[in-house]
Design a protein. Structure first.
Lengths: 436, 299
């Protein structure tokens, strides 16, 4: 019963707020430009490159969606200011998927058939990626996801799906398990959402901690729409040394609050994925209990000022985020900082790929994928502010640095950074051998 | 899933019962509203969960507008959010249900439409994010084995008080008498000079108000969210079917059974199993006792 509002807008050069204001006009423009593009597509070489942005504007992923959209718009503006891609401006066409897999597949179809976008980009939630990927493969449209799920590198999807801008859960947990095992404890209880993304955590962290001589002694799966969590906590065994949590959806604040209420001062070590706290203000009453606990962060929410991320300040300013990870215009609007850099970096890889393939239009889609598959590494810089990355063209998956932060005085302070090498694993698939 | 029991059985059961009691109390309040509307008006209000959601969203809005102590904001929300929801429900009754002459089939379709209008209205005006509402007070009750939210214990007591109030209203006041008379036989009541149209509007508004009160009470332990109306709606239907449509006693009893068993089964086994069992229970009731435990045949 989650009928979602669908918004079709053309958002070239606009921030989201501007876009909403001019939605009516934009819709008119969209209709007009489609009429034109149908007729003159081949003739006009300066026509914009259209990127279909599959956004979680509504549904359980809405707070991620809002920030993914802001990051996407900021990067697009920079790319266009610098001359676009192959001399053509980039145009982002946004469609809301309601964070719903079925709607996600429809949105991919809409991009390919109605909007005639060159590629599709930007999906986060793993169930939406898994629901949309087969349709992207059938329609032969490149689908650049920013999802963290292991489903791309696992070989479950198809040649048209790539994840070059954000690391996957398997590599994240594998690179951090040694630190967790030697600093926090070896007997781990896991709490995770009961769908694909949570199952990745369950499977790959269990294996990674076992490799460290540790053990997961209890696995607690929670339905992703759950509103109340107290009733799950008694299942945490007494001998637990480390509580590992990862939660998503609209109730994450309730989850961490109730965790604090349940344990009080007498608690095991707690290691969580920042997903449990993305877009949530650490200053919320009830979150004091998190002081001293640890979090994974893809990109540290709080500016660290330790020289480790020289390009963070530039990126932060362009996306409109202050030193505490909140929106510059509203200090209560907390970003999804640990994840959203993936949109920025993915867009620059799309640019690099289209330039390498001398991309002209939908006929060159296969060439674009081959170009990206040939990439091996992305150096740190304004285009890759989170850090250097290694790309595996066979698995379509990128690898990078992970951060472990501790809540100190109500802020997140990085205490450990993994190396890229810690996160590499044997390829499970070779997409380059699959036909287009 | 191992389902291994890690606390001792006693404290474990205590926690399960507390969690179950919170759910049962809120559910009873929500479902009584649904049951009342059906009992008196014979209208199956599919939009009931959206009135619950509206209560929570308005609680966020009101408590955010008022600066000062969370207690003040909460009390204002507890008074005004249900009144606003009741007002909207009264308007919906006059504009929609009355014009359909309260035809059972037509009102189901109409309230489905109302569900989407309210839900999408909330999405447009309130936005897609989950927003926290501060609890009026925040203390942790420390049991020897685990800590528990003091506010949740207050929620149980508050729901029981409101339910007692509803019971007194229905059985001890003239308004209650008029409502029961209308429920018993609409035409005879009208013949005796009872303004049935106004009673209907009042009952529909009152039912929506009860859902809103339940939402304001529980929202500080959750977050206000535009899709939060679905679960209360489904659970309320389950409870009302088991208890017997239109029977308040049955509704409260069924809410206690469903709420407690959900809390306990989730803790000892699995949340999905709890949902499976309550759905099977509904199926069994529909097969063997279609009027519910305490229901009477439709007149």
């Amino acid at each position: 019963m989650t009928e979602q509002k669908t918004q079709s807008t053309i958002t070239k050069f606009f921030t989201r707020r501007d876009t909403l204001k001019t939605m009516g006009a934009a819709a008119g423009l969209a209709a007009g430009s489609q009429l034109l593009s149908g007729r003159y597509a081949q003739a006009q070489s300066s026509e914009p490159i259209k990127i279909g942005f599959q956004a979680h504007r509504t549904g359980i992923g809405a707070s991620y969606g809002r920030w993914y959209e802001r990051t996407t718009m900021a990067a697009t503006q920079l790319i266009n200011d610098a001359g676009g891609i192959n001399g053509r401006p980039v145009e982002i066409v946004t469609e809301d998927d309601g964070t719903d897999p079925k709607r996600g597949a429809e949105v991919v179809e809409k991009f390919a058939i109605q909007h005639k976008t060159d590629i599709v980009f930007g999906t986060l939630f793993s169930h939406v990626v898994i629901g949309s990927a087969p349709r992207a493969g059938e329609l032969k449209i490149p689908y650049f996801v920013v999802s963290e799920g292991h489903h791309v590198a696992s070989g479950k999807l198809n040649r048209y799906v790539l994840q070059p801008g954000i690391t996957d859960v398997k590599s994240q947990v594998q690179s951090m398990a040694p630190w967790v095992g030697s600093n926090l404890g070896k007997k781990v209880t896991m709490i995770f959402p009961d769908f694909a993304f949570g199952h990745d955590h369950r499977d790959y962290f269990s294996a990674a901690i076992a490799a460290q001589g540790g053990e997961v002694i209890e696995k607690i799966a929670i339905p992703p729409t759950e509103q109340s969590f107290f009733k799950y906590f008694p299942r945490i065994p007494k001998e637990t040394e480390v509580l590992y949590h990862v939660m998503v959806g609209p109730a994450v604040l309730t989850f961490v609050k109730e965790l604090g209420e349940f344990f009080g001062k007498d608690r095991p070590q707690i290691f969580g994925f920042i997903d449990s706290l993305e877009a949530v203000d650490l200053a919320n009453p009830g979150l004091e209990a998190l002081e001293g606990t640890y979090f994974w962060e893809g990109f540290p929410r709080y500016a660290q000022n330790d020289g480790a991320n020289p390009h963070d300040a530039f990126y932060r300013e362009k996306v409109g985020v202050d030193a505490n990870g909140a929106s510059l215009s509203d200090p209560k609007d907390i970003s999804t900082y640990a994840h959203m850099f993936g949109c920025w970096e993915t867009l620059y890889i799309i640019k690099q790929g289209m330039e390498a393939a001398d991309y002209k239009g939908p006929a060159d889609r296969a060439k674009l994928i081959e170009a990206v598959e040939s990439f091996t590494d992305f150096p740190e810089g304004p285009e890759h502010p989170q850090g250097a990355k290694i790309f595996n063209g066979q698995t379509h998956q990128v690898f990078g640095i992970q951060n472990i932060s501790q809540v100190t005085d109500g802020k997140l302070k990085v205490v450990h950074r993994t190396s890229i090498e810690d996160s590499l694993y044997e390829p499970e698939v070779d997409y380059t051998k699959m036909a287009f | 899933m191992d389902g291994s029991i890690c606390m001792d059985f006693g404290p474990y059961l205590l926690l399960a019962s507390l969690e179950g009691a919170v759910q049962a109390a809120v559910l009873a309040l929500t479902a009584v509203g649904l049951s009342l509307v059906f009992g008196v008006m014979r209208v199956v209000n599919v939009a009931h969960g959206e009135f619950f959601m509206l209560g929570a969203v308005l609680a966020w809005w009101i408590s955010n507008m008022l600066t000062g102590s969370p207690l003040f904001g909460f009390l204002a929300a507890l008074i005004f959010a249900p009144l606003i929801v009741a007002g909207l429900a009264a308007v919906a009754d006059r504009l929609i249900l009355k014009r359909l002459s309260y035809d059972p089939e037509a009102t189901i379709v109409a309230t489905i439409g109302l569900l989407y209008i309210i839900q999408q209205g909330a999405l447009t005006l309130f936005g897609p994010d989950a927003r926290p509402v501060a609890a009026p007070f925040d203390f942790r009750v420390s049991f020897p084995w685990f800590g528990y939210s003091g506010y949740k214990i207050f929620v149980i007591l508050a729901c029981v008080l409101v339910l007692l109030g509803v019971w007194a209203l229905l059985t001890r006041t003239r308004i209650g008498l008029i409502m029961r008379a209308t429920q018993f036989d609409r035409e005879t009541a009208q013949a005796f000079g009872i303004p049935v149209a106004r009673v209907y509007t009042g009952v529909f508004a009152f039912g929506a108000m009860l859902a809103a009160v339940a939402a304001v009470l529980i929202v500080p332990t959750q977050q206000a969210y535009y899709l939060m109306g679905l679960d209360p709606l489904l659970l309320s239907f389950i409870v009302v079917i088991i208890g017997g449509l239109g029977s308040l006693k049955g509704t409260v009893l069924a809410a206690a059974v469903i709420g407690l068993s959900d809390g306990i089964i989730t803790i000892f086994f699995d949340p999905t199993l709890a949902k499976i069992l309550s759905t099977i229970l509904v199926a069994m009731i529909l097969v063997f006792r279609p009027t519910g435990l305490f229901g009477t045949a439709t007149r």
